[in-house]
Design a protein around this ligand. Structure first.
Ligand code: DX5
Ligand code: ZN
Length: 224
């Protein structure tokens, strides 16, 4: 079965001195979503940016904003990210004791809700909330930094989640984040992923369009 593959460039790897330009460039290069990594220096050992930057980026593109919250607590900040222009807000299953309640809060804001699983967190962590999720994000690195190596150990979890999503009959995106490259993307897709986050593999190149096409698996190999 072939399913359309979405590519979500992660702004974390962009040139922070000219973010608006970078967002327009990946949109023009064929990106489907913009992935926005929010880090608090507490849930993860790094600090990135907050809702003001998300809101500023909204002026540069109509692409859906896929906001990945690596913060704890998460509930006090959900409204700010919805107001900043997020279409999807995802929180980590490990971020707090009340995942179900947080997902309800995201949906009440009129935004799609996602759950993120760290490498050490099993697929079963989302079992009790499958009726509330629009997206499941599998971390294939430990969250906090771009440019890390892909963890092959996460591939069986992607396959398990694809089966769990199939059993619901609901339209739930299955996203992979961390170390996604032209080498690892085909393995993610084969395991059942439909959405690939990529920071370094896009912003670290000089041709964003070519990088996006090759991650999606639609690169045209021209005869020499
Ligand atoms: C890591 C972030 C990722 C990161 C991916 O905590 O969630 O989105 O930007 O970067 P690459 O694609 O370089 O591994
Ligand atoms: Zn991310």
């Amino acid at each position: 079965m072939t399913r359309p593959i979405r590519i979500a460039p992660s702004l974390l790897a962009a040139d922070f001195s000219r973010l608006g330009e970078e967002v327009r460039a990946v949109a023009a290069a064929g990106a489907d979503w913009l992935h926005l990594d929010i880090m608090d220096g507490h849930f993860v050992p790094n600090i990135s940016y907050g809702p003001a930057v998300v809101k500023a980026m909204r002026r540069h593109t109509a692409m859906p904003f896929d906001v990945h919250l690596m913060i704890a607590p998460v509930d006090p900040y959900l409204a700010a990210f919805a107001e900043a222009g997020a279409q999807i807000i995802s929180l980590h299953a490990e971020a707090g004791a009340h995942l179900h309640r947080s997902l309800q809060a995201i949906r009440a804001l009129g935004v799609k809700a996602g759950v993120v699983l760290n490498p050490g967190t099993p697929a079963g962590a989302v079992e009790g909330v499958m009726d509330l999720v629009d997206l499941i994000l599998v971390m294939t690195v430990n969250p906090g930094f771009g440019g890390q190596s892909f963890l092959d150990s996460q591939l069986p979890k992607i396959a398990t989640l694809r089966r769990m999503i199939g059993a619901t009959g609901r339209d739930i995106a299955l996203e992979v984040d961390g170390g996604v490259t032209t080498a690892t993307a085909p393995r993610c897709i084969a395991a059942g992923a439909d959405t690939l986050v990529a920071g370094t593999a896009i912003f670290g190149t000089s041709d964003y369009g070519a990088a996006i096409r090759s991650l999606r698996g639609t690169a045209v190999h021209e005869a020499a």
